[in-house]
Design a protein around this ligand. Structure first.
Ligand code: ADP
Ligand code: MG
Ligand code: MG
Length: 902
């Protein structure tokens, strides 16, 4: 076909030309307005300027060729359809200019209503409304306010103050009490504010208003807050926003008009019913702004039965059509209902499961789709204990649910006081304006953290999430006074020592101790709630979806467990083996003394005696675990941390020795210990004598552990059980290290196992970047790999985890250098690449090489998907995370047809 340069790029779509699948081009709002239009719902006519026009504008700094003419043409046809002209002095058409990107970015970009009003058309509008002057001037002042703030960056507070002044002059709190004259006066005041900040008069030309508003929406895509938000939410920076130009309908025309929001189901619980808010005689933004009290949507039935019935009918149709919970914005103009927006609505974790289950029951979606619609983060939320709020408790403030959980305790204002009270066995809540790295100890000691400033990426939020500690941040109703050791909220003073309760999921803050109840979902996983016989819709939905996830997933899920009790719990949660059994705790407690003997041994005999004493104790540990995991694989990691971690700290020892010497006591042993601690001191222990290096340096240490493992396995098998041990060597960086350990281990295993039928595998962790890069060689000597993604992240980024999270991660998150801590969710491009290389090269060298992951990423939803993609055999995570990993492994395995989950 010959090139046709004359064909113009299409930048503008009438609502009738779009549909819900064109979100990339028309943005979410525009695509759904088009969809509703085509369903025959009453949407005010309008058109959408595409994201491509926005992108072109942002790259070149000017509107692309043809855009202005296309807007003109669509505006003309809109004017014909409405029988009015934009800004006509007699009978003006007014429009709204609304941003709408592919992914909703709440509060990031804005909308201007009533475009087309000026000093002349305001009179025409009043005439149009039957001489309703008040309405016309109210609409005009709203235009100047929104236009000023959104398009010309006039500080919004100035308009708000002027509005407050007008209300005060009138002696009222309610903007409805302002009459036409008051509002006319307000328009004058607004114009002055506008002129003062922009150096020009408020534009009177309607088309100029429209063009400036469109351009402002384009530019809002690159506003700093939007840029940062996108980085954090991992929304690509190059999508651009669409702009919707919509004929205005008026909810502020009197008592027979109004505006509201509605949900097709309860977004809190998922229950079916009618949920929403309605506000008579108001324009859209008043509902969200909360300037007047809304009434529950049900009351609309009394106010305007016809519109109400019609709305319910549309809600049913939308839900049937989108096959999901929808939220809706609507306006009633003099008894006529208009639909202004819909989208698949946000919901709580519980509602997500319940709704997915209900939609399956109703035959609207299948189980794959139900599984696609829930996620592991939601499941994790449902596993925290919750406040029992069936009685009197009312929140006194609401901040940001920064780190989930429910915590009650005495208020403290300093880190030191938190540490002090916690040491005395008290539960404390650390309250600060915002936290900083000096608060770390107090944060560790506290049950929960409450701040009056800062968002989801503030220091408090980031550190608390890292610790798994409940945190509410940014509760700005709190007036925190640290020096006076008190805060004021809702007129009440809360002093140090008073009890408060915080809900890190909802962000709500309560005075006093709110009783806590266990999670039903955990009770179900633990087997104490039978999903077939209980009438709890949440548990039934979780059961159903989990069963489906288990049927679909390819990844196995193991647990990290060091004791028989942990192993048993994880098994109830569905663990299919142990992916990481750490042996270091087995050297603590009353066994410390044996470790000291091992370290201080000056002859082979002394060292061997110490190891011989440890052997039976280790064997018992393993017997316990093998019994609990009967028949399932258990990966045991040989001792990993440096030995001096098992000795008393240097300063403490030095003081003890000095004191004892002073008293003239015999300090020979302490002195030897002190010398050993000094000798073993390392500048950088994470990179020092640990892991396989220890095993190669201390003769007999690994051998003792290998023997204990093999003997335990034989004993369990002899007594009728089945043990499947996998011995894992930590911190290997070179195949020679592994070969050396393996040669010795195999000898011992052969000797212990004999003809018992026990099989012991030997493999390695891949946690040093060099190991990942030489995985082909290492695989020759390893029967399995287990990725230690904590160390791999630490060494891959050069981050000392204990230091960086408290010190500067909050800043990195704020800047969007990463959207989430790489310790929380695997860094796919960098650390993930190491995993991918090692998996591929390992399997190339040894086909069928068993691959797993035992870092904390094994329980992180996003990371589980990554490990599925890379082709690992299993993930391993803490017992509590096992259900989350099962669910996500199932989600990773289904091919999704559903919409974007964001
Ligand atoms: P947001 O994305 O912040 O919700 P919207 O573009 O939906 O912004 O608009 C803000 C408010 O203005 C909403 O309540 C919406 O219903 C209302 N609104 C938008 N366009 C119109 C219109 N043409 N007529 C009446 N109200 C409108
Ligand atoms: Mg909206
Ligand atoms: Mg490690």
């Amino acid at each position: 076909m010959a090139a046709q340069e004359t064909v113009e790029h299409k930048y503008v779509y009438d609502f009738a030309e779009g549909n819900k699948d064109l979100k990339d081009l028309l943005g979410g709002k525009g695509a759904n307005l088009a969809e509703m239009t085509n369903l025959g719902l009453p949407v005010p006519p309008g058109f959408t300027i595409t994201t491509e026009a926005c992108k072109a504008y942002l790259t070149t700094g000017r509107e692309p060729d043809g855009l202005a003419a296309q807007i003109e043409a669509h505006l003309e046809s809109l004017e014909r359809e409405m029988g009015r002209k934009l800004g006509d002095p007699q009978d003006p058409l007014l429009v709204s200019v609304r941003s709408g990107a592919k992914f909703s970015m709440p509060g990031m970009m804005e909308t201007v209503l009533n475009v087309g009003l000026n000093d002349r058309s305001v009179v025409g509008l009043s005439a149009q409304a039957g001489g309703n002057d008040r309405f016309a001037w109210d609409s005009y002042r709203r235009l100047i306010q929104m236009f000023g703030k959104t398009v010309c960056e006039v500080p919004g507070e100035e308009f708000e103050h002027a509005l407050d002044d007008a209300k005060r002059a009138k002696g009222t709190q309610n903007d409805l009490d302002l009459d036409a004259d008051d509002l006319r006066g307000l328009v004058d005041a607004y114009k002055k504010i506008f002129a003062k900040h922009t150096g020009r008069e408020f534009p009177q030309e309607p088309r100029e208003q429209l063009d400036l508003a469109i351009r402002a929406v384009f530019e809002s895509w690159n506003a700093e807050r939007a840029v940062v938000y996108r980085r954090q939410e991992r929304i690509p920076a190059d999508l651009g926003t669409a702009v919707n130009v919509v004929a205005m309908v008026f909810g502020n025309l009197g008592a027979d008009s109004g505006t509201g929001v509605a949900f097709t189901r309860d977004p809190g619980s998922g229950a079916q019913g009618i949920y929403g808010d309605y506000l008579a005689n108001a324009q859209g933004e008043d509902v969200v702004a909360g300037i007047r009290n809304t009434v529950p949507l049900q009351e609309l039935e009394q106010i305007d039965k016809k519109s109400y019935d019609e709305l319910l009918d549309y809600m049913a149709r939308l839900e049937e059509h989108y096959k999901d919970l929808c939220d809706i914005e609507f306006t009633i103009e003099r008894g006529k209902l208009w639909m202004l927006q819909t989208r698949v609505g946000k919901r709580t974790a519980a509602a997500a499961f319940v709704i997915a289950g209900q939609l399956v029951d109703e035959g609207l979606i299948d189980l794959d789709e139900a599984l696609h619609r829930v996620n592991g983060a939601q499941l994790a939320q449902l596993m925290f204990p919750r406040f029992r709020l069936d009685h009197e408790f009312q929140p006194v403030a609401k901040g940001i649910g920064a780190s989930p959980g429910a915590a009650s305790g005495k208020v403290v204002f300093t880190s030191a006081r938190a540490v002090e009270l916690a040491a005395a066995g008290e539960s404390v809540i650390l309250v600060r304006r915002e936290t900083n790295p000096d608060d770390l100890n107090g944060m560790i000691a506290a049950k929960g953290i409450l701040t009056s400033r800062g968002g989801k990426t503030s220091h408090a939020a980031v550190v608390a999430r890292g610790m798994g500690k409940t945190c509410v941040s940014g509760a700005d109703e709190l007036d925190v006074n640290v020096p006076a050791k008190k805060f004021i909220v809702a007129g009440q003073t809360v002093n140090e020592g008073d009890v408060v309760s915080i809900d890190g999921t909802t962000g709500k803050v309560y005075l006093g101790e709110v009783p806590v109840m266990p999670s039903e979902v955990v009770q179900y996983f633990e087997g104490s709630l039978d999903p077939e016989h209980i009438d709890n819709p949440l548990v039934r939905a979780v059961h159903r979806i989990m069963t489906h996830a288990d049927a679909k997933r390819r990844l196995l899920v193991r647990t990290n467990a060091d004791t028989g009790a942990d192993a048993a719990r994880a098994r109830r949660f569905g663990a299919e083996g142990i992916g990481l059994c750490r042996t270091e705790h087995m050297f603590l407690g009353d066994r410390r003394e044996l470790v000291e003997r091992l370290i201080l041994a000056s002859t082979d005999e002394e060292r061997e005696a110490a190891l011989a004493a440890l052997l039976p104790l280790q064997r018992e540990d393993f017997i316990d675990i093998f019994r609990e995991m009967d028949g399932l694989p258990v990966t045991v990691r040989l001792i990993d941390p440096p030995l001096h971690e098992f000795l008393p700290p240097l300063e403490q020892l030095a003081v003890n020795v000095a004191v004892a010497q002073e008293r003239g006591e015999d300090v020979a042993k302490e002195e030897a210990l002190l010398a050993a601690v000094r000798r073993m001191h390392e500048e950088n222990p994470m990179l020092g004598l640990r892991g396989v290096r220890l095993g190669l340096v201390i003769p007999g240490l690994f051998a003792m552990q290998v023997r204990a493992i093999a003997e335990a396995a034989v004993e369990v098998t002899r007594s009728g059980g089945s043990a499947c041990p996998e011995i894992m060597v930590p911190l290997v960086g070179a195949v020679q290290e592994l070969e050396t350990v393996r040669a010795e281990a195999e000898k011992i295993i052969a000797e212990v196992v004999g003809d018992s039928g026990v099989e012991v595998l030997i493999g390695t962790m891949i946690e040093v970047p060099r190991a990942a890069l030489t995985a082909g060689q290492i695989a020759e000597a390893a029967q399995f790999f287990s990725f230690g993604t904590n160390d791999l992240t630490q060494m891959g980024w050069g981050f000392s985890r204990d230091d960086v999270e408290g010190a500067f991660f909050w800043r990195y998150l704020e800047l969007g250098i990463f959207g989430i801590s790489p310790f929380e969710s695997i860094d796919r491009e960098g650390v993930g690449r190491l995993v991918r290389i090692a998996a591929e090269e390992g399997r190339a060298a040894r086909p069928g090489l068993k691959l797993g992951v035992c870092g904390e990423h094994g329980g992180d939803p996003d990371s589980v998907h990554f490990f599925h993609e890379v082709g690992l055999d299993y993930v391993s995570c803490s017992p509590f995370r096992v259900p989350v990993a099962r669910l996500e492994a199932g989600r990773a395995a289904i091919t999704t047809t559903g919409s974007d989950s964001r």
